[in-house]
Design a protein around this ligand. Structure first.
Ligand SMILES: Cc1cc2nc3c(=O)[nH]c(=O)nc-3n(C[C@H](O)[C@H](O)[C@H](O)COP(=O)(O)OP(=O)(O)OC[C@H]3O[C@@H](n4cnc5c(N)ncnc54)[C@H](O)[C@@H]3O)c2cc1C
Length: 445
């Protein structure tokens, strides 16, 4: 850094996550452009006894990225540093958005093997919370990471991979933002590919009775269940050599359907019993016919999330899928006052060895529930939330780290065999808790 240049933080910035469900007022907000600047911010934090939170795309639907102390937004550290065509690996700065990375990779004939629903998220951010998609042969996104570098609280740069600092690597692949600043991430890529998506209607009974068939039939299989009904939309996505195409669009524009949905959901905040009819009506309107689409992989993996929402997403052992979903269905039937917006999205992921991965050492089913916020209005959800959490806990579930949940250290100690190992790495790398915040205190204290 040139002599005399000092890194400046901005005061008065309000941070809000994408869904505007959580926010904070950082005392100082930084957008560094170099490692030296980040080091300087950490020095300043140490001197003033401040905590530091690093943020990527700010998409996490919880307070995991919030702080009232120092916030470091990594948007200006977003370069592709190296593309190794032979190994099909790419090294990027932690702040790069996957939307930019997808395009860059495509120029080199490469792609990420799997992506979540949106790409306006940062490389270090998605791995930090264990972002996942679906496909029983595919792990969560952190399983695609082969190396990364961390700037720790003491200002030291640590490289880690399977062969260097291997223990730190298994912790840092799903780091929760509490081990230091993730400077770079190296992803294992695959050759660029197109996906053929087929969505078709089915019933909950059919899908649950033939789950193994569906899992084998499609590489990226998932399904959407419409609560208060038997309706299901099955979605298969598979690599194809066919050229891009899409089913002829219906006269009814999807967008119009969604505006109507928001309005009806808002009405239902006064008459909750309407939700059951809304779920059925929109299944009939938008999901009851077969739809096909072929495009480059990331355009199929990503879809437009139009509405702000509250969300929970736990991973349970895959063999518990049927039991757990039927229990949720029965709980809704037995409590007519408890309403659930559509869809419950059911996805699958391969087991892995990452210490804090919800899929640690087991193939898993993720069951994502939502409650929309029509025109920003919160809809009562406590009963539904607690019932769902109860069912997930009973079946050995582990909550998605990005999404709000009510678990504390005691729960995580039971859920994660490697939790003590993660804690000891964290305590070694950040003995004063510089990278903690309220969310993380509940996890570690
Ligand atoms: C519309 C929408 C769709 C979504 N779809 C999916 C989905 O399909 N599957 C799924 O699993 N999740 C999904 N999510 C959740 C999302 O993938 C995660 O919240 C992800 O972590 C967001 O990445 P981000 O860059 O916004 O992270 P942020 O929310 O900014 O940060 C997440 C964590 O990473 C830390 N962090 C970020 N950058 C760094 C860094 N450089 N160094 C150290 N720590 C860092 C933060 O401190 C925080 O702890 C979705 C969220 C939204 C809003």
């Amino acid at each position: 850094m040139p002599m005399g240049h000092e890194v400046h933080g901005q005061g008065g910035v309000k941070f809000q996550n994408w869904a505007k469900t959580y926010g904070s007022s950082p005392e100082l907000y930084f957008q560094p452009t170099s490692v030296e600047e980040i080091r300087e911010i950490l020095d300043m934090a140490r001197q003033r006894d401040k905590r530091v939170k690093v943020v990527g795309g700010g998409h996490s639907p919880s307070d995991i990225a919030c702080t009232d102390d120092f916030m470091i937004q990594m948007g200006k550290m977003n370069r592709v540093l190296k593309v190794d065509k032979e190994k099909q690996q790419v090294t990027v700065e932690g702040g790069i958005f996957l939307s930019d990375l997808n395009v860059e990779l495509s120029k080199h004939g490469l792609a990420l093997a799997n992506l979540g629903a949106v790409s306006e998220v940062a490389a270090a951010g998605v791995i930090g919370t264990g972002t996942h998609n679906t496909g029983i042969k595919h792990g969560i996104l952190p399983t695609q990471v082969v190396a990364l570098t961390l700037l720790t609280a003491s200002g030291e740069i640590l490289e880690c991979s399977e062969s260097i600092n291997a223990d730190i690597f298994q912790a840092a692949r799903l780091h929760l933002g509490c081990l230091g600043v993730v400077l770079t991430v190296t992803f294992q890529c695959v050759p660029q590919f197109h996906l053929h998506e087929v969505a078709f209607p089915s019933t909950l009974t059919e899908v649950l009775d033939h789950l193994d068939d569906h899992l084998q039939r499609s590489q990226y299989f998932r399904f959407l269940w419409f609560p208060h009904s038997e309706n299901v939309s099955v979605i298969y996505q598979d690599p194809t050599n066919k050229p891009p195409s899409s089913s002829a669009s219906w006269w009814w524009d999807y967008a119009v359907g969604y505006y109507l949905l928001e309005f009806l959901l808002w009405i239902s905040t006064f008459v909750p019993s309407l939700v059951c009819w809304i779920n059925r009506f929109f299944f009939w309107l938008l999901f009851s016919s077969r739809v096909e689409n072929i495009a480059i992989s990331y355009k199929i993996f990503n879809y437009e999330c139009r509405f702000k929402q509250h969300v929970q997403d736990w991973a349970i052992p895959i063999e518990k899928t049927k039991e757990a979903l039927l229990e949720l269905k029965a709980a809704l039937e037995n409590n007519p006052k408890m309403v659930a917006h559509y869809p419950v999205e059911v996805r699958f992921a391969r087991g892995d060895e990452i210490w804090l991965s919800p899929c640690f050492q087991r193939d898993s089913c993720y069951m994502n529930i939502i409650m929309y916020r029509p025109y920003g209005k919160n809809v009562p959800r406590l009963n539904y939330w607690l019932t769902y959490e109860g069912i997930m806990k009973k079946h050995g579930g582990r909550p998605h780290w990005a999404k709000a949940h009510s678990c504390t250290r005691k729960d995580f100690e039971k859920m994660y065999p490697a939790f003590p190992k993660f804690c000891s790495v964290r305590e070694k790398l950040d003995p004063t808790g510089m990278f903690l915040n309220t969310y993380l205190e509940k996890v570690f204290y």
